[in-house]
Design a protein around this ligand. Structure first.
Ligand SMILES: [Fe+2]
Length: 359
């Protein structure tokens, strides 16, 4: 009985901080919006860091009004697999759902969703970033269903997506690529802004803490050995060929990392292989990880106006099947990434940009 009370108490606190975070950002962005033109808003998206600096004092004031601080919200986000901010922006009036990753159409609703995402990341001391090799480096992309003739992404965009971390072939923050130290780290956060989700198709989140409970000591040891091959996710491949000459593959990758007293993970069901296929213990550990993902996936249906910050170090994410319908009023999320850039080397930025990373 005491145990149940403890759980509900913990859930209650989690919900409270998410509610406060959401209310504060919404209030701050709404008041900011009332002082600027649409054109100014649009232009500010080209300079996300400056925009963050403009918004932060407003958010701090709104948090303070609610007896919270950025530090509390930040600590919460960095230590939880998911922050779900319900109704953090007004469910927008929108054009029809696009049928490609880019461009994000310019409309009040899409711009507000992007500004709010930058505001959320700024609050938790994370900067909105992109990679030049993915979707031409656009800071925000549409996550939508592609038409059947939409090339290699058409089938993938409609189907289920198994658990993965984003930018899986990039090193974790604080580590380097073994062959090219220009390669920037993978993101700390995957930030999803929901514009439409008529069938409540859930984003799936798999907390690493839950996965670890399902792995044996042997599995954990195996997953820390450099005995896996990690390829790049499909969305990066063409861009990498242009920038690096080839897709980035990591030959001696470990999947699980002991980092400053906690575990971090990099993994993708579709992009990870065992280096030595005869090595049974490695295969068993990876199978155990995949099974744990299937057991631990938490469905997170996002409604228009919600933003999810998925912690890309301590959670995997995926998606349920979306279905074939595209365009019109179908599902539409915007995605950007968040990263602590304090130790990013100048040459890990794409030339001339302060949000686009290499490659
Ligand atoms: Fe992803």
């Amino acid at each position: 009985m005491v145990y149940i009370n403890f759980i509900s108490l913990k859930q209650g606190k989690t919900q409270l901080i998410e509610v406060i975070f959401s209310q504060a950002v919404r209030a701050a962005v709404t008041s900011w919006r009332s002082t600027v033109t649409f054109d100014y808003m649009l232009k500010s998206l080209a300079c996300p860091r400056e925009l963050g600096c403009e918004l932060l004092p407003l958010i701090e004031r709104e948090l303070d009004n609610r007896n919270y601080s950025c530090a509390e919200v930040t600590a919460f986000a960095w230590n939880n697999p998911l922050v779900k901010l319900e109704a953090v922006f007004e469910p927008p009036e929108l054009p029809e759902t696009p049928t490609d990753f880019r461009p994000v159409p310019d409309a009040e609703g899409t711009v507000l969703a992007q500004i709010t995402a930058i505001a959320c990341l700024t609050t938790i001391n994370s900067k909105a970033v992109s990679y030049r090799s993915e979707n031409e480096g656009d800071l925000f992309v549409n996550l939508v269903v592609f038409p059947p003739d939409g090339g290699v992404f058409a089938e993938k965009s409609a189907g289920k997506m198994s658990g993965h971390t984003d930018g899986v072939s990039f090193p974790l923050r604080g580590l380097s690529d073994p062959e090219n130290d220009r390669i920037a780290p993978s993101p700390d956060f995957v930030c999803l802004s929901a514009l439409r989700n008529p069938n409540q198709v859930p984003t799936m989140v798999m907390p690493l803490e839950k996965l670890m409970e399902r792995l044996s000591k042997e599995h954990i040891d195996e997953l820390q050995k450099p005995q896996f091959i990690i390829g790049s996710q499909l969305t990066f491949r063409e861009g990498m060929k242009r920038i690096l000459g080839d897709e980035l593959m990591v030959d001696d990758a470990q999947l699980l990392f002991a980092m400053n007293g906690s575990w971090w993970i990099r993994f993708s069901h579709s992009s990870t292989l065992i280096a030595d296929t005869d090595k049974k213990s490695a295969q068993e550990a990876m199978d155990a990880l995949k099974n744990a993902c299937a057991d631990c996936a938490i469905p997170v249906p996002l409604a228009p106006g919600d933003i999810a910050l998925v912690n890309n170090r301590i959670a995997l994410h995926g998606r349920s099947e979306v279905g074939d319908e595209y365009g019109g009023q179908t599902r539409w999320l915007l995605r950007t990434y968040g990263l602590d850039i304090s130790n990013i080397d100048p040459n890990q930025w794409h030339e001339g940009s302060n949000f686009m990373l290499y490659p």
